[in-house]
Write a protein of this length. Structure first.
Length: 149
């Protein structure tokens, strides 16, 4: 197996691990947050990608636009998200966290930080920093095959 196959396998394994619904449910429980676990990835992605619209969010999470649109409505009804007009395109609506959404994700972040610290016990700081730097460098160019010519 060449290095590209090994890297692809590692990236898929990381994605699989990060996107497991049982881990999300466990993290929500550990943080004392009551939220449908199907909504949690959407709320988290809006926090990381402010001003995304529903179409961008659907593409990011790999779900159908209509499904994500219905889930965004639920998050709005829960008071966790708002939609505002896009200043560049009045037809589009940008998504943003509300104060309640920010507070909820802050509680989840505390539980996530503890889990990350536990997971990386035994790694020295230089190894953790190098892992982060290399992953960041990889992500700077966008997905493979999507390089600008």
């Amino acid at each position: 197996m060449d290095w590209t196959d090994r890297l692809h396998g590692a990236l898929i394994a990381i994605s699989d691990r990060v996107n497991r619904l049982d881990l999300d449910a466990s993290l929500l429980a550990a943080s004392g947050v009551r939220l449908d676990r199907a909504l949690f990835p959407l709320l988290s992605r809006v926090a990381l990608n402010p001003d995304f619209n529903v179409a961008e969010l659907a593409n990011l999470v790999g779900r159908d636009h209509s499904t994500v649109s219905r889930q965004v409505v639920k998050l709005e009804q829960l008071g966790l998200l708002t939609r505002t007009s896009d200043p560049d395109d009045q037809r589009a609506r940008q998504l943003a966290l509300t104060k309640a959404g920010e507070e909820m994700l802050s509680r989840v972040a505390a539980a996530r930080r503890q889990r990350m610290e536990d997971h990386f016990t035994g790694w020295d700081e230089a190894d953790r920093d190098r892992l982060i730097a290399l992953m960041s460098r990889m992500l700077e160019r966008g997905p493979p095959g999507n390089d600008e010519e």
